[in-house]
Ligand binder design. Structure first.
Ligand code: NAD
Length: 491
């Protein structure tokens, strides 16, 4: 059994009240490690460490040097990608191949934002009064609290931490209670790369630890990735003390397949959207809207492929779908499918747990496709976060857009067509932060990512991301000797 303490100011620190919680491997169902169940006292200690690093070593570093340290951190993570991936698969049951790819690619985020660190520039504003110099400074906020979910822990941590650090802030990370281990490895590697103690701190725990971070007066901004309910609760709390928040939340993203699409590509894209990662991605294409002219064919193709998906040990190369991450997620998958059936949907495949030899306690759920669910039914509106696809026919472009936009979410959408005019018309009319045309689930460090509507607030990645972690100061300087009338506003 491995025991993990918090990581504060470069030290391993046991929880103040000694409380810990267990972590379960979803493939075997067995407990393998214990983490600190952090209290307010632990969170307070971490925030103070981050404040001291902000006022001290991190704040005093030149932006270029700060950027170089982030790049060096990226190198260290890439060198240790295998070990990080193994930790993540042990905790969330996702395919080792996916976790490995994520652990390798995060260095590109640190290179990009490390490179941006010394490109944060103010402006000189041309005023009417030429004797006045007015310019802007773009300054970091202070301590940023980063709260992440369990589905892609390293990827989502680095995606959000890198712009915040590049902007000059310091960090307290509260990883998911399901996947807390890799954050410690990331922090250790940052230390090895030369990032000063206190710049990155890690406190573990469940929701209460996250709440303590959100409510802490010393935290200037919260970067939250997780559920809609969590995001709303955090926005309300942060709003109460006028702290900012960036929210990356859930979705009910549609894949829209037109009759003129390359159906081989569309089939692969719809499958990737919902069964890759067992549907446990925020951008899961959990609704497939298919034109009536190709509906029967797409249905046949998707069901045949879904039935052939190789479920198994996520550590094996031939496995295509591992377990779902938690008992709660498995129960949710089951309940939502049952409810869909009771509300009129028909089951085309899956719809039950899978029992695998050698993994009797594993949390496996079969790839599931439902169709003809009523437009207003629960399965058409709510996120499952599991391997459950709702298939629906549409008659024309207008109907496709109407159905696609008919949820309160707006994270992503896929459009499959050879008609370039239609593709770009839809790109404008779909209410989603990302629109993929003839591709799906593509994401990179330099392209902005985030949600419309209830899928989020603010943007990760790209130039937009660093702006989330800066504030602008306007500096006015009178250069002339003229004495001003004290009772007249100067413009
Ligand atoms: P969750 O909201 O239950 O938990 C996420 C994290 O927030 C955890 O660390 C949790 O301890 C903490 N937390 C939860 N409620 C909180 C609160 N009120 N105050 C402070 N902290 C709180 O989400 P989850 O089940 O871990 O993750 C799945 C969800 O994350 C899905 O809805 C998925 O769509 C979303 N997600 C979004 C993105 C994105 O970039 N848009 C990426 C991945 C996952």
């Amino acid at each position: 059994m491995q025991v993990f303490d918090n990581y504060i100011a470069g030290e391993r620190v046991a929880p103040a009240d000694g409380k810990r919680f267990a972590s379960i491997n979803p493939t075997t169902g067995k407990v393998w490690g214990e983490f600190a169940e952090s209290s307010r006292a632990d969170v307070d200690r971490a925030v103070h460490a981050a404040q001291a690093a902000f006022a001290g070593p991190w704040g005093k570093l030149s932006p270029t040097r700060r950027g170089r340290l982030l790049m060096a951190w990226g190198d260290r993570i890439a060198e240790n990608a295998e070990a990080i991936a193994a930790m993540e698969t042990q905790q969330n049951g996702k395919l080792i191949a996916e976790m490995r790819a994520q652990a390798r690619v995060v260095k590109d985020f640190l290179y990009y934002f490390g490179g941006l660190a010394d490109k944060v520039e103010g402006r000189v504003i041309p005023l009417d009064r030429q004797s006045v110099l007015n310019y802007t400074l773009r300054e970091p906020l202070g301590v940023v609290g980063v709260i992440v979910p369990w589905n892609s822990p390293t990827f989502l941590t680095i995606m959000n931490v890198s712009p915040a650090l590049a902007a000059g802030n310091t960090i307290v990370i509260k990883p998911s209670e399901v996947t807390s281990a890799s954050a410690f490895e990331l922090a250790r590697l940052a230390e090895e790369a030369g990032v000063p103690p206190g710049v990155i701190n890690v406190v573990t725990g469940a929701r209460a630890a996250g709440e303590a971070l959100v409510e802490h007066e010393g935290v200037a901004k919260i970067s939250f990735t997780g559920s809609e309910a969590g995001g709303k609760a955090i926005a309300a709390k942060a709003g109460a003390r006028l702290a900012g928040c960036t929210l990356e939340l859930g979705g009910k993203s549609p894949n829209i397949v037109f009759g003129d699409a390359n159906l081989d590509q569309a089939e692969a894209g719809v499958l990737a959207g919902i069964f890759a990662a067992a549907g446990q991605t925020c951008v899961a294409g959990s609704r497939a809207l298919v034109h009536e002219s190709v509906y029967d064919e797409m249905q046949r193709r998707l069901v045949a492929r879904a039935n052939r998906i190789q479920l198994g040990d996520p550590l094996l190369a031939q496995t295509q779908m591992g377990p779902v991450a938690t008992q709660a997620q498995l129960a949710k998958d089951e309940q939502m499918v049952q409810r869909a059936l009771s509300e009129g949907a028909e089951l085309l495949c899956g719809g039950e747990r899978a029992k695998l030899a050698g993994f009797e306690d594993g949390l496996f759920y079969k790839p599931t496709i439902l169709h003809r669910a009523p437009a207003d039914s629960h399965i058409m509106r709510e996120e499952v976060f599991g391997p459950v696809l709702a298939l629906t026919p549409f008659r024309d472009e207008e109907e496709a857009i109407r159905i696609a936009n008919s949820t309160r979410f707006g994270l992503a959408a896929g459009v499959w067509t050879r008609d370039v005019k239609r593709a770009h018309t839809l790109a404008r009319r779909l209410q989603a932060g990302t629109v993929w045309i003839n591709t799906y689930r593509a994401l990179t460090f330099n392209s902005p990512f985030g949600g419309y509507k209830m899928s989020g607030l603010g943007r990760a990645n790209g130039m937009e991301a660093i702006d989330q972690y800066l504030q602008t100061k306007s500096v006015w300087c009178e250069l002339g000797d003229e004495v001003q009338d004290p009772f007249v506003l100067r413009t």
